[in-house]
Ligand binder design. Structure first.
Ligand code: PMP
Length: 412
């Protein structure tokens, strides 16, 4: 990750240098963005980006249906709308959340520009500079970026193969509070964590909720991948077991990210502040997108489409795991996700994923180095491999190339 620091020091590079707010000092250029230019070259198998694979959406039928939408509701769909989001959209969202056993009232939902903006709004209303946000170790790079932008003090909590370790949450909160720190919330991705692919089993979810209740610790549950299960049925969300949890959802992975529609479900008092914050941020979330998504949910078999997505991602996950089993040295290890987009690989001791990246790109394969997912520089022996986008054949070839890079490095 390259930071903005050099330009902050040099007025020849940036004449606005004395004008920027302090918070920009902690804003960094994401490693993912910096990678996109190389990783997008056609000869490179990119296991780096996390773009959903939406090539199989029924574009022709969608086009006809959107045409109809413009003719019948175009004027309303192209107007400003409600800061909280349109009621019809919030009612649909209530139905979508019921798939994961979350039972909610449409009045407690706030529509956002993707769940990325939900993260921003939640942080905006809760976090003062220096407040602690607890995150999984490792955690979604985009969330770390948001927490940094609000000058949060990010503390990572250890995970095992079942996700967050409840006793580690208790130890962290106890120590931080004893040191006079204000711990604002715990951010977690219980399903198919980005970047590890790890899922919290139901028992673990209950233990995490019990510790949070004991500590009066607010939980922010980020769940964009929950319906994309590859094995078994979706698990009940944390929010389904505790209405005090703030829940973030999105249509980016279950439909398409370009509409930029996500949401927050929050306890009533919190919801009111979120709406005020949302009005200050964007007046109203994209009205046309809300009409388009509602139109999709009403006129297409979206549940069947999710089943198609699951099968498509299962083939890609299988190709990844097969490729890793065939090509990695015995001292490398990796997670076995049961859904979502990501595998987390741990390199043999002594290897560094960031140092290896240039060689990997030379061998025409890309990944995201593990340290992008930590606020504190850890993760140098890890890499995130995304299997969502390339074909299974390309993914398998990518793991072959990556295996060669790692084996060559071990022999040097
Ligand atoms: N949370 C997680 C864990 C994600 O992986 C992503 C996207 N990669 C987001 C939130 C943001 O997604 P969106 O804004 O498209 O809903």
């Amino acid at each position: 990750m390259s930071s903005l620091e050099p330009s902050r020091r040099d007025t020849r590079l940036d004449s606005y240098i004395d004008q920027y707010a302090d918070r920009t000092a902690s804003m960094t250029v994401s490693a993912v963005r910096a990678l996109f230019s190389v990783a997008n070259r056609p000869e490179v198998v990119s296991l780096a980006g996390g773009m959903p694979n939406i090539a199989d959406l029924p574009l022709k039928d969608l086009g006809a249906s959107f045409d109809q939408l413009i003719q019948t509701k175009g004027i309303q769909a192209m107007q400003y709308g409600s800061g909280q989001g349109e009621l019809f959209m919030r009612e649909h969202i209530v139905d979508v959340m019921a798939e994961e056993a979350v039972h909610a009232n449409a009045d407690d939902v706030v529509i956002t520009c993707g769940s990325q903006q939900a993260l921003d709004l939640v942080t905006r209303i809760f976090v003062n500079p220096g407040d602690v946000v607890l995150c999984e170790a490792p955690s979604y790079v985009g969330a770390l970026g948001t927490f940094n932008a609000y000058q949060a003090d990010i503390h990572h909590v250890a995970m095992d193969e079942h996700g967050l370790i409840p006793s580690a949450i208790r130890d962290a909160v106890t120590a931080l509070r004893a040191a006079g720190k204000h711990v604002k919330f715990l951010y977690t991705i219980p399903n198919f964590n980005n970047p590890t692919g790890i899922t919290q089993p139901v028992e673990r979810r209950k233990e995490i909720l019990a510790v949070a209740q004991e500590l009066s610790l607010l939980i922010v549950e980020d769940n964009p991948y929950g319906l994309l299960t590859i094995e078994g049925e979706p698990l009940p969300a944390l929010r389904s077991m505790d209405p005090g949890v703030i829940y973030l959802g999105s249509f980016s992975k279950t439909f398409a990210p370009g509409f930029r529609i996500g949401w927050v479900l929050a306890p009533h008092a919190v919801r009111e502040r979120l709406v005020i914050a949302q009005e200050a941020a964007v007046l109203s979330p994209p009205v046309f997108s809300q009409f388009a998504i509602a139109n999709y949910l009403e006129n297409f078999d979206w549940r069947a489409q999710i089943v198609n997505f699951r099968e498509m991602y299962r083939a890609r996950r299988d190709a990844t795991l097969q490729g890793l089993a065939d090509h990695m040295p015995p001292t490398a290890t990796w997670t076995h996700p049961t859904g979502g987009f990501f595998v987390w690989l741990t390199l043999p001791e002594g290897l560094d994923s960031q140092a290896l990246l240039a060689r990997a790109v030379n061998e025409r394969v890309a990944y995201v180095p593990g340290n992008a997912f930590y606020a504190d520089g850890f993760g140098s022996r890890n890499m995130r491999l995304s299997y969502c986008f390339p074909t299974p054949e390309r993914i398998y070839e990518g793991t072959r190339r990556l295996g060669k890079v790692i084996r060559d490095e071990l022999e040097m």
